[in-house]
Design a protein around this ligand. Structure first.
Ligand code: SF4
Ligand code: SF4
Length: 675
């Protein structure tokens, strides 16, 4: 199979050899395991244990709260010594509720339910087991796996993609996992394929910088129809959308999901976790993590219990505090720094990077943007990072959305190539955070408004009853007034008409605002989802409640179910209404300018994809020559004007010249090969 390419991307130094010199190891169990209740995308899990409880390894200690959530299990046996907010790995340094287990050193398992032959179970039973095992995507985002395997809206899945790409520098957890546990991964892929009703294609994507992993996976996949697809190394090929494009040539729509184009994508670590959950009945309580960086004496991969404090891992890898620069969770491109080393490993912790100052020097001070366009060239999501940067700085949220900020995968390729060393991706992260917060606040106020409107309806009903009593009196008064106004040209009649017009116009305005079908639909959807999650929560509470609380909870559940029915009915009405009156295309000028600019970039990328290799090289050389001449002119101008950003202009020109030289060499060797 011939893989495709995607727009943009960069080639940072890989630094993978440091941590692949020895097999996956382990370290002694930590005294305290700090198990976060939020290790996945979605709602925080609800604790099932209390202070002082004894727990066994693998025992469920927190239940999922709703559909998009995951249960949490004890990574080892011991006693619950705290349930409190603790530091967790998070870019903003936030604390989260955690269950702290003091381990007893016995690592005594609870009873598990193994299954030797998964085909004896049906799809729903398997999904339930996966959900109950607390498996969330182990590639980074931590989306609950069972939800991803059960696409809503009846999407037809024809392709299962397994991501073994791991393109980020330094990280080798998936590479080592594929080398050493290939059979378990392939067994997990078989289960995933069975759950998805045996899709037409099962593609396992691996970059060509992992020859041992490729060989192991090929060996393990013998006798199956799974296709191991190897493609050239380029960052960020491991991004879900980029990998889908490489392997299938299909593009996931803006703000859409792979399921919209018939694809489900899972990471190799997740496939292995699925196998262990079904075959051995083991919940997800440990993971393989890369521990790397020159500030450590020992660099390798370890299988570590979730909840292990980071300082415990660093201590067992001989950390040199005097040399280290910082502790990074993840790799140098997409990772983030943490200050508190008591934070624990969570389900998505794929790497601890502890570089020296020499190894990863701090970024130089950012200079002004010189509009060189490198960032747009490198962006794998075909965005316009320079524009996004300006709008993020100016906090222009509508424009950020129009320029598809939320399609940014935060890969950092734009920051990596920027000659002015602007930390572009940090601006995007902050802007996304602000927009999400504003949306959450809006949702909160919408909910408050719904409650207010419901109360208003009740009051209106009471008022109507009073009104009926007043009606008789009013009719009599009306009759008297009509008699007075029998002459329509009288002053009294004119004033009355004007007042009536003003009131009618105001009422029409209010009515049109209240009856906007799209607003009604959005409100109905929000009301339904909050009613669903309340019913879900009350059901789990009722299941776990003791006798003294059951009656009270059952009554609350009944009331919540009635509200849910009411919300479903309202949503059906709102959908019908919205179908009759679909949303209008925004006529906003910026939005259309953005769409035009993005389409132009996409069209250029598509045209390029049609070219032969030699034509592409010739076009690249020609374009680079032109850009070098322009950059020379700009540099001369900057020198004449003693521009403050002279250094950035020089760096930009140097980079371009180097690119041109590389491309010309590539062209010459290609021509040599052809002769
Ligand atoms: S200076 Fe940086 S932000 Fe500005 S266009 Fe060049 S790469 Fe993009
Ligand atoms: S961080 Fe976002 S804007 Fe920058 S290159 Fe990656 S996807 Fe594009």
């Amino acid at each position: 199979m011939r893989p495709n390419d995607f727009h943009g991307g960069v080639h940072p130094p890989e630094n993978k050899q440091q941590s692949t010199g020895e097999p996956i190891g382990s370290i002694p169990l930590a005294e305290d395991l700090i198990v976060s209740l939020l290790q996945h995308t979605g709602a925080t899990a609800l604790p099932l244990v209390k202070l002082g409880d004894d727990v066994l390894k693998g025992q469920k200690i927190a239940e999922a709260d709703g559909l998009i959530s995951c249960p949490i299990h004890a990574p080892s046996s011991g006693k619950v010594v705290a349930i409190e907010p603790c530091a967790v790995p998070h870019p903003s340094g936030l604390v989260e509720d955690c269950i702290v287990i003091r381990t007893d050193g016995k690592a005594q398992w609870c009873e598990l339910e193994p299954c030797d032959d998964y085909t004896q179970l049906n799809r729903v039973e398997l999904l339930e087991k996966i959900r109950d095992s607390g498996i969330a995507g182990m590639g980074g985002a931590g989306f609950p796996t069972a939800v991803k395997l059960d696409p809503h809206g009846g999407a037809e899945i024809d392709t299962l993609i397994i991501n073994g790409t791991e393109c980020e520098p330094y990280i080798t957890a998936d590479d080592m996992l594929m080398r050493e546990r290939a059979e378990e991964i392939i067994a997990g892929v078989s289960i995933l394929s069975y759950i998805l009703d045996e899709p037409e294609r099962v593609l396992i994507g691996i970059e060509d910088n992992k020859p041992q992993a490729i060989a192991a996976m090929r060996e393990a996949a013998k006798g199956t129809h799974f296709n191991i697809v190897v493609f050239p190394t380029k960052y960020p090929s491991g991004g879900e959308k980029q990998l889908i494009q490489i392997l299938t040539g299909r593009e996931v729509p803006n703000q859409g999901l792979p399921a919209n184009i018939g694809i489900v994508c899972q990471n190799v670590g997740t496939a292995r976790a699925v196998y262990r959950a079904i075959h051995y009945g083991e919940p997800l309580i440990s993971r393989v993590t890369t521990v790397v960086g020159q500030a450590l004496e020992r660099q390798r991969n370890i299988e570590v219990p979730i909840g292990t404090p980071i300082h415990h891992i660093l201590k067992h890898h001989g950390i040199h505090r005097g040399l280290m620069q910082k502790v990074i969770i993840g790799g140098p491109m997409m990772g983030y720094t943490i200050d508190d080393e008591s934070a624990p490993v969570v389900k998505t912790t794929n790497c601890l990077l502890v570089p020296t100052k020499k190894e990863l020097p701090p970024a130089p001070v950012a200079k002004a943007c010189i509009r060189c366009g490198y960032c747009a060239e490198a962006c794998p999501a075909s965005l316009l990072p320079q524009q996004l940067y300006w709008y993020a700085r100016a906090d222009e949220r509508e424009k950020l959305q129009a320029y598809n900020l939320f399609d940014c995968i935060e890969c950092g390729a734009c920051s990596y190539v920027c000659p002015s060393t602007i930390p572009l991706v940090q601006y995007y992260r902050a802007a996304k955070g602000t927009i999400r917060q504003a949306e959450a606040e809006k949702e909160k106020s919408d909910r408050a408004r719904d409650r207010f409107e419901f109360r208003k309806l009740r009051l209106e009903k009471a008022e109507k009853e009073k009104e009926a009593k007043r009606e008789a009196r009013r009719k009599a008064a009306e009759l008297a007034r009509q008699q007075r106004e029998q002459n329509p040209d009288s002053e009294e009649a004119k004033t009355g008409k004007q007042e009536a017009d003003v009131v009618a116009a105001a009422l029409a305005r209010v009515k049109s605002r209240q009856e906007d079908p799209q607003q009604l639909l959005a409100r109905a959807q929000r009301t339904l989802s909050s009613a669903e999650s309340r019913v879900e929560r009350l059901r789990s509470k009722l299941d776990a409640a003791d006798n003294s609380l059951r009656d009270q909870l059952a009554a609350q559940l009944k009331a919540a179910e009635l509200k849910l029915q009411e919300a479903e009915h309202k949503l059906t009405l709102a959908k019908r209404r919205a179908d009759r009156d679909p949303v209008r295309e925004p006529s906003n000028e910026e939005a259309s300018a953005a769409v035009r600019a993005i389409s132009k970039a996409r069209a250029a990328a598509e045209a390029r994809a049609q070219m032969s290799g030699a034509d592409k090289l010739a076009a690249d050389v020609e374009a680079l020559r032109k850009r070098v001449s322009k950059a020379e002119v700009r540099l001369l101008k900057a020198r004449d004007e003693n521009d403050a950003n002279l250094e950035a202009f020089e760096t930009a020109l140097e980079k371009l010249q180097k690119k041109l030289e590389d491309k010309m060499r590539e062209q010459q060797s290609a021509q040599g090969g052809e002769q």
